[in-house]
Design a protein around this ligand. Structure first.
Ligand code: ZN
Length: 341
């Protein structure tokens, strides 16, 4: 065993066997924002052999206060988070296989990816329940444990969900709060991120090293400002007729009807548009089309941004478009259909 992991190998819960086990694991991290970045850094430093990290966004200055993998230069260049994360993570541990994907992880993605790849664990680094319910259904269908995590303001919560053993997120739909404060309305401090990610990564390490006895098995929640901590046993809330994990599962969130989707992004006066049936966009062609009437501000292999006051439009290679400077989804539709038909 190399010097790099010596302190972790000394820890009895991991040891030499646990370290060897980590080397052979593949962890899928959904989201490279605050939680995704914090989890990814710990997972990579711990020596998990392979990670795949996915994110739909690029680095913005408002991220730097809490998203620990990114630099000012990443924000200036609008580097996609997955790509910036990969570069930084490889500079931390070049011994790990790190794949980065800039895309919106939807039901189609999970079906394609999980039917092709062996994944030992999924870590939730997202910020919304639409995608968490898709992760939950995919995890149930492909029998992969996943670690739910959420944080806002000075608090957070996490839970490891194991198909066939624990209740799933769908079972807990009425128990776990889904609406209310977001980082948009309540703000967030970085200790809340690090604490939530630590709770997630700890369960991940236990699972990946075969320490099932040490798993917490509860919903862990805390508030670092009001000094409250709780650990709630939810084992009894597993529903035998749950549509996602029950006796006859239908995985409702994997079969969500395909259509153009508009989503307001947290804290950015930005709307994301994911057009139905378009998964590639010719950015060179787009550049030729817009250069006469708009000011192209950023261009790289992943995206093209142009400004036409008061809006900034960013088109991604995977077909998605961000419209910044809009106050509603309706307004974003007008701008979108002006440039993309
Ligand atoms: Zn369930």
């Amino acid at each position: 065993m190399t010097e790099r992991y010596s302190r972790q190998v000394l820890f009895p819960g991991i040891g030499k066997n646990g370290q060897e086990a980590l080397r052979n694991k593949h962890v899928l991290i959904i989201g490279a924002g605050a939680l995704g970045a914090a989890n990814a850094e710990m997972i990579v430093r711990a020596g998990v052999g392979r990670i795949t990290i996915i994110d739909r966004d690029y680095v913005d200055f408002s991220n730097l206060q809490r998203q620990n993998l990114y630099t000012e230069q990443d924000a200036i260049d609008r580097i996609p988070k997955a790509d910036a994360a990969r570069k930084r993570l490889l500079s931390i541990n070049s011994d790990i296989i790190i794949d980065s994907l800039t895309l919106d992880a939807d039901a189609d993605f999970f079906e394609r990816f999980l039917s092709r790849e062996v994944v030992d664990l999924i870590i939730d680094g997202t910020d919304n329940f639409d995608i968490r319910f898709i992760i939950n259904d995919a995890a149930q269908k492909y029998e992969i444990p996943w670690v739910y995590g959420a944080c806002v303001a000075s608090g957070g919560l996490s839970l490891l969900i194991i198909p066939g053993k624990t209740p799933c997120l769908h079972c807990l739909m009425d128990t776990i709060p889904q609406a209310g404060a977001t980082c948009d309305t309540a703000g967030i401090i970085s200790p809340a991120v690090q604490m939530t990610a630590s709770a997630q990564t700890a369960e991940a390490l236990k699972w990946l090293t075969g320490n099932a006895d040490a798993l917490r098995g509860t919903v862990f929640s805390f508030d670092l400002w009001t000094n409250q901590f709780s650990s709630v046993d939810v084992a009894r809330l597993q529903k035998p007729d749950c549509p996602s994990c029950g006796a006859n599962p239908v995985y409702p969130f994997l079969s969500y009807e395909r259509s153009t989707k508009f989503a307001v992004l947290c804290g950015r006066d930005t709307v994301q548009i994911r057009p139905a049936g378009i998964d590639r966009r010719d950015l060179h062609l787009l550049f030729e089309n817009v250069k006469k009437n708009a000011d192209v501000t950023h261009q790289n292999a992943f995206l093209l941004s142009f400004k036409n006051d008061p809006y900034t439009v960013t088109a991604f290679k995977d077909g998605r478009v961000f419209i910044q400077g809009v106050s509603s989804v309706e307004e974003s539709k007008k701008v979108y259909y002006r440039y993309f038909q």
